[in-house]
Design a protein around this ligand. Structure first.
Ligand code: NA7
Length: 544
């Protein structure tokens, strides 16, 4: 159509973050014509957008990195135990330059629609710049926490101060000096930014709806000896990670129930983990912290006691001590001085569970009961339309009349988190039904992408050009994902894993929590069996 650029590709990739970039590298290496379309003005995805103060990965930097190139992992030096957002973005840019990935990324381009033409057997993507892209396969690498959500508060448009969302942070940064600041939200983003904003603001009000559990990160400069040892063992460690539930090696598997230990033993075990820092190791104290409420209570109570011992004002301490979900069933936060921040006299915690935010006013906000707060700046750390948000924003349909929005109206349906029945040749990286968000994400990204690469190679060797999951295989997988979740404590929390933070979103548990190891074995078995559960066919339609 008039003046539109028509690009023909083997594989169109939506997203230029860690997943999209690795997909370019991997598939280009197979001789495929690929291109990624990225809405941002530069690559990096999550690490491009989330520039709020204190943004940092909660997986250790030696783990949270690509494993596909040993040279890369040997050369790169992480300065701290946990990577900061700027450091991780620098790393991503280094990878893109090192492997010459940029030439296949089109920036400033948001994919608006994706239509599968079942006769032509290809996808047509349109973008907000008017591009029309035809591709035999489409890979959705659009992220799990990439659709920022500002709650629909009345009055926001008339607010006279400045406001920001953690996931849409201005590149020039924000100076909070002398400002009266309100932070809404106490998930990982709030917990990371609050201590830093508190040091700048004249006064900080934190509006908390749900108290979250947070453990000390114990961030520190990288220990050179630890780095040397880790690097010497890198290939073996990466292989070992494949046999762990979180895709991270080095945490010995627990062997006994919390209920088999005496109270004194438990206390000593939790205290050791608290001092060591890190969330996985803490949850790995015993076998059953995420499956047995009574066992979990012992760990939850340990952290509540820590909060009470740190926070001086007893009323604030009680508000901060989470009581409505078991520890670990919402993303467990890691912090640097979070609870201590509430001992500052320029910080006030406001409970917006008992008295919700009613409206934003020109000068601040007012709660439902009428209490007004004067604010110069409001920061929304209110999270994302997680896991399905990015795909919900793209109009995905087929010429047979199916739309993904309809198909997923009752919650996302996938086979292995990778594909959706009725949407051939569309592959999702770390989609709902995959363990992605419950793992070291980059390991999942590599595993999914490698599986897809293997699949495309299989198809090309066998003269096949269409793949889609069978409805029964998809239904069985969805049921398995649910059954596994139901055997744990996860469904007890109103978390973004369940879509609970988005009004009207169907309440369905989205990540696969059966472990990365079990998932990978299943994916490998499916491939080895000739792609059991998938229908692979030859349409013979011309692909130019
Ligand atoms: P999260 O974890 O979804 O946290 C969002 C926070 O915002 C959470 O405390 C919410 O309370 C709160 N929130 C959301 N809407 C409101 C309203 N209307 N009023 C008051 N408070 C509200 O997002 P993050 O960005 O912190 O972290 C996302 C993930 O990124 C994290 O898990 C890591 O994996 C990295 P709620 O709990 O819903 O009551």
């Amino acid at each position: 159509p008039d003046g539109r650029i028509l690009t023909r590709l083997d594989v169109a990739i939506v997203g230029g973050g860690l997943a999209g970039l690795y997909a370019i590298h991997r598939l280009r290496g197979m001789g495929l014509r690929v291109r990624a379309f990225e809405a941002g003005s530069d690559i990096g995805g999550t690490w491009f957008w989330n520039r709020y103060p204190g943004a940092r990965c909660d997986v250790e930097s030696l783990e949270y990195s690509y494993s596909f190139s040993d040279d890369l992992q040997q050369v790169w030096k992480w300065p701290e135990r946990y990577g900061t957002q700027p450091e991780i973005l620098r790393y991503i840019n280094h990878v893109a330059d090192r492997f010459d990935l940029r030439r296949d990324v089109q920036l400033n381009t948001r994919v608006m629609s994706a239509l599968f033409d079942s006769k032509a057997n290809d996808w047509t993507l349109t973008t907000d710049r008017g591009d029309v892209v035809r591709a035999h396969f489409c890979i959705m690498a659009a992220g799990n926490l990439s659709t920022p959500r500002v709650p629909e508060f009345r009055g926001l448009r008339d607010f006279r101060g400045k406001w920001y969302h953690s996931g849409l942070w201005p590149h020039e940064g924000v100076d909070f000096s002398g400002q009266r600041v309100g932070v809404i939200g106490t998930g990982s983003s709030g917990v990371q930014m609050i201590p830093i904003i508190a040091r700048q603001a004249s006064h900080l009000h934190v509006f908390q709806r749900t108290a979250n559990f947070s453990l000390p990160a114990r961030n520190a400069p990288m220990d050179p000896e630890r780095e040397r040892r880790h690097k010497a063992e890198y290939p073996a460690r990466r292989r070992a990670a494949y046999d762990t539930p979180f895709a991270i090696a080095g945490y010995p598997k627990p062997t006994r129930s919390a209920l088999q230990a005496t109270p004194a033993e438990r206390r000593a075990a939790y205290e050791a983990k608290w001092q060591e820092g890190g969330s996985i190791s803490f949850l790995y104290s015993y076998t059953d912290l995420l499956v047995n409420k009574e066992a979990n209570d012992t760990a939850s109570e340990f952290v509540r006691e820590k909060i009470r011992s740190i926070v001086k004002d007893p009323r604030t301490a009680e508000l901060l001590a989470p009581k409505d979900h078991p520890i670990g069933t919402k993303r467990l936060c890691l912090d640097t001085g979070y609870y201590e921040t509430y001992n500052r006299n320029n910080v006030t915690l406001v409970d917006v569970r008992s008295d919700p935010i009613g409206e934003i006013t020109p000068n601040g906000l007012r709660t439902a009961s009428g209490v007004a707060y004067e604010l110069d700046t409001i920061v929304f750390a209110t999270g994302f339309d997680a896991m399905t948000g990015a795909l919900r924003e793209i109009d995905i349909r087929t010429t047979d009349g199916a739309t993904l929005a309809d198909r997923w109206a009752g919650g996302p349906l996938t086979y292995l988190g990778l594909m959706v029945a009725g949407f051939p040749n569309m592959l999702i990286i770390t989609g709902p039904g995959s363990p992605g968000v419950k793992t070291q994400m980059i390991a999942s990204i590599e595993q999914h992408t490698d599986w897809i690469a293997g699949c495309l190679d299989h198809m090309s060797r066998h003269g096949l050009d269409r793949i889609e999951p069978m409805v029964e295989a998809e239904a069985a997988w969805v049921q398995h994902v649910n059954a596994v979740a139901d055997s744990t404590l996860y469904p007890l929390a109103n978390s973004w894993y369940l879509g609970a933070n988005i009004p009207d979103k169907p309440r369905v548990f989205m990540p696969y929590v059966g472990g990365f190891d079990a998932y990978k074995r299943r994916c490998d078995a499916v491939a080895a069996s000739g792609y059991e559960g998938f229908r692979l066919t030859r349409q013979g339609a011309p692909v130019a």
